[in-house]
Each structure stands twice: as C-alpha cells, then as structure tokens.
Design a protein around this ligand. Structure first.
Ligand SMILES: [Zn+2]
Length: 65
C-alpha cells in the first residue's frame, strides 16, 4: 500500500517572488533589497562607458630611433 499524500498547497506561491533570484520575498518592493542593489549595480556598470585610454600617454610622441 503506497498511497501518496497530496502535497498541501504551499503558501510560498502566495508570496511575491524576487525577479532577481526567484526566491519568495517579504519585501514590499517585491524583491530582496540586496538583489535590487546587485541588479542596480549591474545596470549601472553596463550603462557606464568603457574606460578611455589615458590621453597623456596616448598623445606621448614616439621617440625617434
Ligand atoms: Zn532576491
């Protein structure tokens, strides 16, 4: 006899899930503060322009041989 017990409905699905890590969260914003920060940091880094080469060293004249 092996009757499988029905899985009780979990209340986890009732909670909003963090869009970043996918885990249930209690936060009002719907995402973990640390996840939001990490996401923002990633967005900021992606929006930042690539580092430009040093104009001084780039404009340095090449010494004659
Ligand atoms: Zn999260």
């Amino acid at each position: 006899m092996s009757e499988k017990k029905p899985v009780p409905p979990s209340t986890v699905s009732q909670r909003p899930r963090c869009p970043v890590c996918g885990q249930p969260t209690y936060s009002r914003g719907g995402a973990h503060p640390q996840c939001m920060r990490a996401s923002n940091d990633r967005l900021l880094r992606a929006a930042m322009p690539p580092p430009t080469p040093d104009p001084v060293s780039a404009a340095r004249p090449v010494p004659p041989p």
